[in-house]
Design a protein around this ligand. Structure first.
Ligand code: ZN
Ligand code: ZN
Length: 310
């Protein structure tokens, strides 16, 4: 008996069998005969496995995708699941920072704006920022429970404890007593000068930051809030922020928290999204996407490395 095997030659443009099989999550056609997922769900499954989430969290996320599709948990916005460089790219967000038990879907942009805040804290600061911008209401600080702060040893040289009394010589910036006979700065301004050196800012930028500190003290450029220049773990620790992302010409002072929330937005874009988020939360108004001029994200192509996982 001759083993006659009929070769199945697929017609161009069609994949045999696949049209019958649907993705187990979203019901779209699967990506290969043997896959249980479509392309989008397969990529997403790979990303979840890389995150090493507990099985229960993964099931909850799939459940929400089945029910609502790929939408932001916080705002209901449709997510872009195919372009990792987009601010609307769907990413996984720990609902409570650092806690793997509840992980939700949101956009890359709102994930960065949420930073190390819980959801309640995030909406609280959105409202406070909005009220400040709209009515000039000073922002009321509220403890940020999961804030990690800046990690690693401080580059600064600020030391806790009383400043030695050196009579007669005052800090050239803030007029407080200098930290040593050889320094022109007090301990805070000395540490801040070191930060600016590390940031390699152009001399003109440094001059304008000093002029700002001389005039206003260490306060946030965006909100006028007093900054904490001593404690690197504080959300109110004063940091340098590029007014326009990536542009060294104008660098301003803000808190570590608002610097994280501003992310890669220009000041104008930042206030725009604070306002949009506020109106969504208050009145359910859909957020209108607006192109982010300076948003740049590295395309992290994990697929070739981990294609064996699924
Ligand atoms: Zn699917
Ligand atoms: Zn000083």
């Amino acid at each position: 008996m001759s083993a006659h095997k009929r070769k199945i030659i697929p017609k161009k443009g069609s994949t045999p069998g696949i049209h019958r099989k649907k993705c187990c999550i979203c019901g779209k056609p699967v990506c290969t005969d043997r896959a249980e997922y479509c392309l989008v769900c397969r990529d997403f499954a790979i990303r979840m496995s890389v995150e090493r989430l507990p099985q229960a969290s993964i099931q909850d996320i799939w459940e929400s995708v089945r029910k609502n599709g790929y939408v932001c948990f916080y705002t209901g916005m449709a997510l872009d699941m195919s372009s990792p460089t987009s601010p609307w790219y769907g990413v996984l967000d720990h609902w409570i920072p650092g806690d793997n038990r509840k992980v939700v879907l949101t956009s890359a942009l709102f994930n960065e704006m949420k930073s190390d805040l819980s959801e309640v804290e995030f909406w609280y600061y959105v409202e406070e920022l909005y009220n400040f911008k709209k009515n000039g209401t000073p922002i009321r600080k509220k403890r940020v429970v999961y804030w990690q702060g800046l990690v690693g040893p401080g580059r600064g040289i600020y030391k806790e404890g009383p400043t030695p009394k050196i009579h007669g010589k005052k800090c050239c910036i803030c007029r407080k007593p200098v930290c040593s006979n050889h320094s022109k700065y007090c301990s805070i301004c000395r540490q801040f000068a070191a930060h600016m050196r590390v940031a390699r800012l152009p001399p003109l930028t440094v001059q304008s930051i000093w002029a700002y500190v001389r005039q206003h003290g260490y306060v946030c450029y965006y909100t006028g809030m007093a900054l904490d220049m001593r404690h690197r773990k504080s959300p109110w620790y004063g940091v340098l922020d590029h007014w326009i992302p990536g542009d060294n010409k104008k660098v301003v002072l803000t808190s570590d928290l608002f610097n994280e929330m501003k992310s890669d937005l220009s000041e104008k874009e930042f206030w725009y999204y604070i306002e949009q988020l506020y109106h969504f939360k208050k009145n359910g108004t859909s957020i209108r996407k607006k192109r982010l001029v300076y948003w740049e994200r590295l395309v992290l192509n994990l697929k070739p490395i981990i294609s064996g996982i699924i």
